[in-house]
Design a protein around this ligand. Structure first.
Ligand code: ATP
Length: 271
C-alpha cells in the first residue's frame, strides 16, 4: 500500500502539489490526469524522492519513504522504478547494458559503470527484454531503436530493478499511436502479471480510461477527482483539463483508441 498524506510541494509562493492525500493498494494501476502545470510530475517525483516535499508524508508498506536517507533511500529507489517521457537511455550503449543499468540500485554506482554484472543478472535482463518483445535487439546500440522500442527497453530496465511500484511520467507522450498502445499494453501486463503498482501521468483521457483501474484528476496541485474511469463524467473531465480539454479528448481518440490487447500479453512481434 502506498499512502500519501497531506503532501505539499511549494516552489516559492506556488504550490505545485497542495495537500494531497491518496491511498493506493498494491497492484492498482492509477492514471493521474490534469492540464499542464497541474502538479502531476511533481507528485510522482516526490514518490521516488527526486523532489523533496515541503510538507506531508509518503508511506509504502508502512515505511516512511519521506524519512529515508542513505542506503535506505537507495534501496527505495530500486523498489520504486521510474519511466520517463524521453526514455533516458544511453544511446551509444547496447540495449542490454542499458537494461542492466537498472541493476545499479542493487550495486554501487561504480560496479554498474564498470558493467560488472553476473550471468544471473544478464539472464534477468534478457528475460525482461523478451517480455517486451525486444530480446532480438539486445546487442544493438540503443540509439538505433525507434521511440516506441526505446520506451520498451526503458520499461525492461525498470523491470530488472524488481520494483514493487512503477512510476511512469507521460510514458507515451512522445510516441505514435501504435507504439503508444504497445507501451501501455506492456505497463498493464506488468501491472497484472507481477502485481506491480503503476502510477502513470497521462495527458490523454482515453488512455487513462482504457488502461487504468482508477483515475486521479489534479487541478492546481489538488485532487479534484478520484474514482474509476466509469465514474468520471465528460463534464468533470472537461473541468479538469480546462482549456486543454480539446487536446486531451481529441489526442486520446487518435492515440490510444485502439483497444488493449486481450488477454493482456500480446507484446510479441510489435515494433
Ligand atoms: N523546479 C521547479 N521550480 C519552480 N517551479 C516548478 C518546478 N517544477 C515544477 N514547478 C511548477 O510547479 C507546477 C506543477 O508542475 P508539474 O511539472 O508538476 O506539472 P505537470 O502537471 O506535470 O505539468 P506537465 O504536464 O506540463 O508536465 C507548475 O506551476 C510548474 O511551473
Amino acid at each position: 500500500m502506498l499512502e500519501i498524506t497531506q503532501l505539499t510541494k511549494a516552489f516559492g509562493p506556488n504550490k505545485a502539489v497542495d495537500n494531497i492525500t491518496l491511498s493506493v493498494p498494491q497492484g492498482q494501476m492509477v492514471g493521474v490526469i490534469g492540464r499542464s502545470g497541474a502538479g502531476k510530475s511533481t507528485l510522482l517525483r516526490m514518490v521516488n524522492r527526486l523532489a523533496e516535499p515541503t510538507d506531508g508524508k509518503i508511506l509504502f508498506g508502512g515505511r516512511e519513504v519521506t524519512a529515508l536517507r542513505g542506503r535506505a533511500l537507495h534501496a527505495w529507489r530500486a523498489e520504486c522504478a521510474m519511466v520517463f517521457q524521453q526514455f533516458n537511455l544511453v544511446g551509444r550503449m547496447s540495449v542490454i547494458n542499458n537494461v542492466l543499468m537498472g541493476r545499479i540500485f542493487h550495486h554501487g554506482f561504480a560496479t554498474a559503470m564498470l558493467q560488472i554484472f553476473g550471468p544471473e543478472e544478464r539472464a534477468l535482463a534478457i528475460r525482461a527484454l523478451d517480455r517486451l518483445g525486444m530480446a532480438h535487439t539486445a546487442l544493438q546500440r540503443a540509439e538505433t531503436l525507434s521511440g516506441g522500442q526505446m520506451q520498451r527497453v526503458a520499461i525492461a530496465r525498470a523491470l530488472v530493478q524488481q520494483p514493487k511500484l512503477m512510476l511512469a511520467d507521460e510514458p507515451i507522450a512522445s510516441l505514435d499511436p501504435l507504439n503508444a498502445k504497445v507501451v501501455m499494453d506492456a505497463l498493464r501486463t506488468i501491472n497484472r502479471e507481477d502485481g506491480i503498482t503503476v502510477l502513470a501521468n497521462l495527458h490523454t483521457l482515453d488512455t487513462a480510461r482504457t488502461y487504468c483501474d482508477r483515475i486521479v484528476g489534479l487541478m492546481e496541485g489538488r485532487v479534484v477527482f478520484d474514482g474509476t474511469p466509469d465514474q468520471l463524467t465528460d463534464r468533470q473531465a472537461r473541468e479538469i483539463y480546462g482549456a486543454e480539454a480539446d487536446d486531451a479528448f481529441s489526442e486520446g481518440v487518435t492515440s490510444t483508441a485502439l483497444r488493449p490487447a486481450q488477454p493482456v500479453r500480446a507484446l510479441e512481434g510489435a515494433e
